[in-house]
Write a protein that binds this ligand. Sequence first.
Ligand code: SAH
Ligand code: DHB
Ligand code: MG
Length: 223
Amino acid sequence: MSLDQWSAVDHYISELLVQEDPALQDALEESRRAGLPPISVSPAQGKLLHLLARVTGCRSILEIGTLGGYSTIWLARALPADGRLVTLEIDPRHAEVARGNLDRAGVADRVEIRVGAAADSLDGLHGEGTGPFDLVFIDADKPGNPGYFGWALRLTRPGSLIVVDNVVRNGTVVDDTSDDPTVLGTRRVLEMMAAEPRVSVTAVQTVGSKGYDGFALALVVPG
Ligand code: SAH
Ligand code: DHB
Ligand code: MG
């Protein structure tokens, strides 16, 4: 089994089942053209986020890590017309590309991009009394994940879903001797989730065009 085979199957799933529309394809193309790193969720993963938002009846979504807005489009399209998505991005260039992509996808009216370090924006959202959000997608810098999960708990309610991307990273997550800040951040956030009585959690490993990785999923439960 190899990345080539995972990619071929991912391509098959994507063509047969996901069927991205031109706006989603353009978002990736524009992001590539602008020199953004090719680290958006895959089409199949984007559709998974979209379906999770729909099954939970989401009306408000918080995303941490916008990049070119590819996952943002999938999530925003799960919202009703009066739904709202706030997405946090530190890099103004990424935010600018995302703005164009969200416009072309017809979801700009439902999405607010906040430019700045996510920790500051989260503090701001909390201070403004924004929320609770029905779904939080955590997908920015991995060392920040323990902090972002803490904020996600403050900005949600029982019944909300918290999704954390990239929790497996080629299996490096099991290396308890690692001093890689991304591994440390990931292990720490999983340990926080495990110890937190306000969530019921699992993590699933994934393979595909993005290699070998995984998601953690936490349902906020009555404390
Ligand atoms: N969710 C996107 C991918 C996000 S990639 C998708 O799947 O389409 C991670 C993004 O997080 C990058 O754009 C990066 O600039 C941003 N980021 C990194 N550190 C950050 C921080 N401290 N605060 C906010 N955003 C950050
Ligand atoms: C990286 C970040 C991501 O959010 C992702 O999905 C894949 C890779 C990265 O920083 O390398
Ligand atoms: Mg990611």
